[in-house]
Ligand binder design. Structure first.
Ligand code: SF4
Length: 425
């Protein structure tokens, strides 16, 4: 069953068309793969089925041989049938994990479809275990289930669960909180640029260690580094923080506008902003220009996957000269996406949600030069002679900021170049 429901946002120059039906997306558990690398003293324990364990193993690839800080506590038939006390079993598994990995300072209990269906209350379990391991490990629960979350929403769910853990800020000094996981190299670059502008009181959330959770309060200005943090952003606002509106930091234009939002909030003089960003901006523009030629005039379709689609579409159309044919996103938050959506070509149609067959029919009919989509769709489309880009790479590659702008273009030129190299006709 499927339907196209309604549309809005036309007055803003774009139209949002909700679409419902079959979906081909990851569940939020996938976000554990990058979150466990980001928070280096955390362990993620999924309470789920063998399916969940298989998903994590496939998504993590070779990482599973490196003693990663995640695992699945598998619910057996006895647990599902109510013959065993799940909570007792869970306590036992958690004790084991904590005893075996003394370096861990935080443990995330991650709910899955099976644990939610049998109504296993992981929030309660986390509180119970917190009391038991008080002083050594902090235990928090969040949901990564396919019922509740889509792919990157797992990170939103995780960070949202942490907002309540953030200490209160009683300070009057204005602080910048950059929210959303970023590769270390990008975080360091942003910190350097902000620092050079005189914005020195900066926290990144999540930080690299759970022990370094930033304080939040009325003096906190939040700048989102990732577009999928709806619940986290609202919870931070609920703690008194103010949300800065900005396009996301992809490409030269996006990064400049993102930094500008912070500079404006800190009243950084225009001359200082210009002199701090000048050389990085010029480098980014040059590096985009050197690669974007291959994309200019090409037609692209973005299928819903990570919520990065709108800022990426803005970057591909404005900085690489691509024509947008299909623009899908799993979820559209008007407030968080406002700055990026306003920069889309006038009259853009944003498809929110998915009806897979209808969407694939449109893609087949229009035959874009490049389709950005999930792994499950990519190979079948390649077999039909269409070029694809796996959207998951956008989450595993450093793409934010000036210095990564060229690499971001490269992600999209690679499939087209490969086609050229393999074309013997
Ligand atoms: S959480 Fe749900 S959707 Fe995700 S792997 Fe487990 S069963 Fe599948």
């Amino acid at each position: 069953m499927s339907s196209v429901l309604a549309s809005d946002g036309i007055e803003a120059g774009y139209e949002v068309i909700p679409e419902r039906g079959q979906r081909a997306v990851f569940c939020g558990l996938t976000s554990i793969i990058w979150m466990h690398r980001q928070i280096q003293d955390a362990f993620f324990l999924v309470v789920g089925s063998r399916t969940c364990a298989h998903l994590l193993q496939s998504a993590a690839g070779v990482m599973i041989f490196a003693e990663p800080r995640f695992a699945t506590a598998i619910l057996e038939d006895r647990d599902l049938a109510g013959m065993a006390d799940c909570n007792e079993e869970l306590d036992r598994v958690v004790d084991e994990v904590i005893a075996r990995r003394p370096e861990i300072k935080s443990l995330f209990l991650v709910a899955s479809c099976p644990s939610e269906v049998i109504k296993l209350d992981l929030g309660n379990a986390a509180q119970r275990m917190q009391r038991r391991h008080e002083g050594s490990v902090r235990v928090v629960a969040f949901s990564g289930s396919g019922i509740e979350t889509t792919f990157t929403q797992g990170e939103d769910s995780c960070l949202h669960s942490l907002v309540a853990e953030l200490p209160d800020s009683h300070d009057s000094t204005q602080r910048l909180l950059v929210a959303g996981s970023l590769p270390d190299v990008v975080e360091d670059q942003f910190r350097r640029l902000l620092d050079a502008m005189g914005i020195t009181d900066v926290d990144f959330f999540p930080g690299r260690r759970f022990e370094e959770l930033p304080a939040v309060g009325a003096n906190t200005q939040v700048l989102l580094a990732q577009p999928f943090l709806n619940d986290t952003a609202r919870a931070l606002v609920g703690r008194g923080a103010q949300l800065l509106s900005a396009p996301f930091p992809y490409g030269a234009e996006g990064t400049l506008a993102w930094l500008q939002a912070a500079a404006t909030a800190w009243s950084v003089p225009a001359a200082t902003f210009e002199s701090v960003t000048r050389s990085s901006l010029a480098r980014a523009k040059k590096s985009i220009a050197a690669r974007a030629e291959k994309l200019t005039g090409k037609r692209v379709a973005l299928l819903p996957d990570s919520q990065l689609e709108i800022p990426i579409a803005r970057f591909l159309s404005r900085e690489c000269g691509m024509e947008l044919l299909e623009l899908g996103t799993p979820h559209f938050d008007t407030e968080i996406m406002a700055a990026d959506a306003a920069l889309l070509p006038h009259g853009s149609k944003i498809i929110e949600g998915q009806n897979l067959d209808a969407q694939l029919d449109r893609v087949r009919e229009q035959r874009p030069d490049l389709t950005v989509c999930g792994l499950g769709i990519a190979n079948p489309l390649e077999a039909e002679g269409l070029r694809t880009k796996w959207s998951i790479e956008l989450m595993f590659t450093p793409i934010q900021g000036f210095d990564q702008a060229g690499d971001l273009v490269e992600l999209f030129t690679r499939p087209l170049r490969r086609q050229q190299l393999l074309d013997f006709t």
